[in-house]
Write a protein that binds this ligand. Structure first.
Ligand SMILES: Nc1ccn([C@@H]2O[C@H](COP(=O)(O)O)[C@@H](O)[C@H]2O)c(=O)n1
Ligand code: CDI
Length: 156
């Protein structure tokens, strides 16, 4: 069994909606990124790659490569899972945390879990997604951006 941790941040800017955990969520601002800005999936990809000692998302999908401009991060996640499967690993479980003062994530959590479980080839029970504000403190609290943490276990 191996553990991995991922962390990512994207800044608000431009026009909404935002995409988090594969779900489009109405918001007055978008998230600035080279891809679709899905900060939750980026953190998950980093955790998976970290657990397998495969580096990080920027190593495999550089933000200087036009192939990933506006990319659907679910495609990146499926690619990461394929790399792990090729090495004989499978995901045991993932615990994910979205750090955002706004928008409200709770109505979208179950859909995120379903989408991510499908992309990772596991059941919904293996994926937990939660959200927290920072009580208006720091960059997330000032609604300047969204952060996400991911912790995963993988096994052969
Ligand atoms: N963007 C967010 C942040 C939080 N939630 C939900 O609200 C609950 C309370 O948040 P606290 O920061 O006061 O702990 C939290 O448990 C989340 O379920 C949310 O939906 N969207
Ligand atoms: C996903 C990639 C690639 O499009 O770009 P961004 O969307 O900017 O996201 P980030 O979390 O900064 O890092 C990984 C990138 O290489």
């Amino acid at each position: 069994m191996r553990i991995g941790h991922g962390y990512d941040v994207h800044k608000f800017g431009g026009e909404g909606p935002i995409t988090i955990g594969g779900v489009k969520i109405d918001y007055e601002l978008g998230l600035l990124a080279h891809s679709d800005g899905d900060v939750l999936i980026h953190a998950l990809c980093d955790a998976l790659l970290g657990a397998a000692a495969l580096g990080d998302i920027g190593k495999h999908f550089p933000d200087t490569d036009s192939a990933y401009a506006g990319a659907d991060s679910r495609g990146l996640l499926r690619d990461v899972m394929a790399r792990l499967h090729k090495l004989g690993y499978r995901l045991v479980n993932a615990d994910l945390t979205i750090v955002a003062q706004a928008p409200k994530m709770a109505p979208h959590i179950d859909t995120m879990r379903q989408l991510l479980a499908g992309d990772c080839g596991v059941t919904v029970d293996e994926i937990n997604v939660k959200a927290t504000t920072t009580e208006k403190l720091g960059f997330a609290g000032r609604k300047e951006g969204i952060a996400a943490h991911a912790v995963v276990l993988i096994t052969k």
